[in-house]
Each structure stands twice: as C-alpha cells, then as structure tokens.
Design a protein around this ligand. Structure first.
Ligand SMILES: Cc1cc2nc3c(=O)[nH]c(=O)nc-3n(C[C@H](O)[C@H](O)[C@H](O)COP(=O)(O)OP(=O)(O)OC[C@H]3O[C@@H](n4cnc5c(N)ncnc54)[C@H](O)[C@@H]3O)c2cc1C
Length: 245
C-alpha cells in the first residue's frame, strides 16, 4: 500500500565534474533545503560523478505548468545557490528521471517459505537516507530468521511474526521523523530548544538505532505537530485463513 501522506515527487540526474569537498570530505553528501519543505540531494559517487536531485510536493514542482523533468530540475537548481554553485563546474549526463509516490509498505512481510527484506518490505521517503539502513538491517534480521528456520525445519509464515513486528517498529519510528520533517511549521531546533534531551533521541533514530523505545520523543514532538499512527500492515500472510493456500 502507498503511504497515506508521503506522496512526494523526485526529479534527478547525474553530473560529471560537479564541485566536491576536498580530501577526506570528498564523498560528503549534502542535503540542501528547498522552500515548501522540499530538499536537494548532492551525493558524490565514483569516477567524478554526482547523483543530484530534488524532492518536493508535486504541486510545488509542477507550478507554472512545468511537466518536463529537465525543465523542472534546472528551474529548482536556479533557485538554490549552493546547488547552482556546485553544479556550475560540471555537466549533466543528459538523462533526467522523475518518480512519484514511491513510499509504500508491503501488506505482509512474507508467506510460507518467503520473507521480504529491504525495499520489497517497505520504502520510506528518502530524506533521511533510511533505504540502505533498513535494507541492511532487514537483511541481517532475515538471515537470522532463515538460519533458525533451517535448523528447526520450519518455514511457515507464522514464525516470521516477530521479524515483522521488529522491522515494522523500525519503519514506523523513522516514518514519524519523516512526517514531522514535512510538517510546514516543524523545526527539530524548536523541539531541542524546549527539550534538550530530545537531541540524543533524534540522533539515535536518524543514525539507524530505530528499535529503541522512542515513546518519550514522540510525546515531545507531538507538542509541536501531529504524528501518524502505526499502519496495520506487515504481519505474515496466513495462506490458510486468507484463502490463498
Ligand atoms: C536514485 C536513488 C538514490 C538513492 N539514494 C539513496 C541514498 O542516498 N541513501 C539510501 O539509504 N538509499 C538511497 N536510495 C534507496 C536505496 O537504493 C534502496 O533503499 C536500497 O538499495 C534497497 O536495497 P534492496 O536490497 O532492498 O533493493 P535493491 O538495491 O534494489 O536490490 C535488489 C536487487 O535485486 C535484483 N533483482 C530484481 N529482480 C530480480 C529477479 N527477478 N531475479 C534476480 N535479481 C533480481 C535487482 O537487480 C537488484 O540488484 C536511493 C534510490 C534511488 C533510486
């Protein structure tokens, strides 16, 4: 299922020769703010290439009736001094990509003999780069799950309930931070100014420690903006009761 609120649009391309930081910071990723709660990514890659793109609400990116990804991309570049400056020394490969409403959640984590990991399980808006983190985390968890299944010769869906609960908890915690980020009036700084201990909790979640108990953090953030309830998805498909057996 699609995520009810994370329905953004992303437009991106690849540049060769874009400016990057010097020395050990050469690979530094930069996220640049766009009005209307959007953002640019600028991610140095190998061979002097850079992945660069912009994410925002569809109605913001298509304002003025612009639909062409290339035109959309360059209009936004023109409005962001940091991105404009860094791209000024490089050139696009010429291919421009557009994708939308890419946040989704699998209704089930798997069925008898099958377990979903990474993007197959869920994909969240990429603002906090949670895609790789959740792919790696779920890969490790699934590996342990499969190992136990082999030892116990039991590949039934039901035994994956714990995997599903733990992984969904991580997804939901990250999802709350993403929802907060996109609330027009929200600022992490405001939360931390009022609740200094929130800084550590936010950092933990953003850095991938997503299975902690963040109840206290959500209470603090809810003083500023609403946060979503957990989605009722992810448990293994019981083929016997769901009629797919
Ligand atoms: C442009 C872009 C930029 C991104 N930037 C970031 C970022 O900066 N940070 C971040 O954390 N995430 C980022 N992501 C998201 C991240 O790439 C994914 O969340 C992550 O790669 C998911 O890992 P995965 O193993 O689940 O899936 P994938 O990496 O997609 O791996 C799935 C693999 O399965 C293979 N496959 C597919 N079908 C079959 C088949 N039938 N048989 C055999 N093999 C098959 C595919 O070829 C692929 O190699 C970005 C995504 C995009 C598109």
């Amino acid at each position: 299922m699609k995520d009810p609120f994370l329905n953004k649009v992303a437009v991106w391309t690849y540049y060769k020769g874009s400016k990057r930081e010097q020395g050990i910071d050469e690979g530094q990723t930069t996220v640049a703010f766009v009005p209307e709660k959007g953002w640019f990514w600028h991610i140095p890659q190998h061979n002097d290439m850079v992945s660069v793109g912009v994410v925002a609400e569809g109605r913001y990116l298509t304002r003025d009736g612009v639909k062409d990804p290339k035109a959309m991309f360059h209009r936004e570049v023109g409005e962001n001094q940091w991105i404009k400056d860094h791209l000024s020394t490089g050139a696009s490969t010429g291919d421009y990509y557009l994708t939308s409403e890419y946040s989704y959640h699998a209704r089930h984590c798997g069925c008898d003999g099958l377990l979903l990991v990474g993007d197959a399980f869920a994909f969240l808006d990429p603002v906090f780069s949670s895609g790789l983190m959740l792919a790696l985390k779920s890969g490790v968890m699934a590996g342990e799950e499969v190992h136990r299944a082999i030892l116990e010769k039991d590949f039934s869906a039901a035994r994956s309930a714990g995997y599903a609960t733990q992984l969904r908890q991580g997804v939901e915690n990250m999802r709350k931070l993403i929802y907060a980020f996109y609330e027009p009036t929200f600022s992490f700084k405001d939360v931390i100014m009022k609740h200094p201990d929130a800084a550590g909790e936010i950092t933990d979640c953003l850095s991938g420690d997503v299975n902690k108990d963040f109840t206290s953090l959500w209470s603090k953030i809810r003083e500023f903006v609403p946060l979503p309830d957990d989605l009722p998805v992810g448990q293994p498909l019981d083929q016997a009761t769901d009629g797919h057996g």
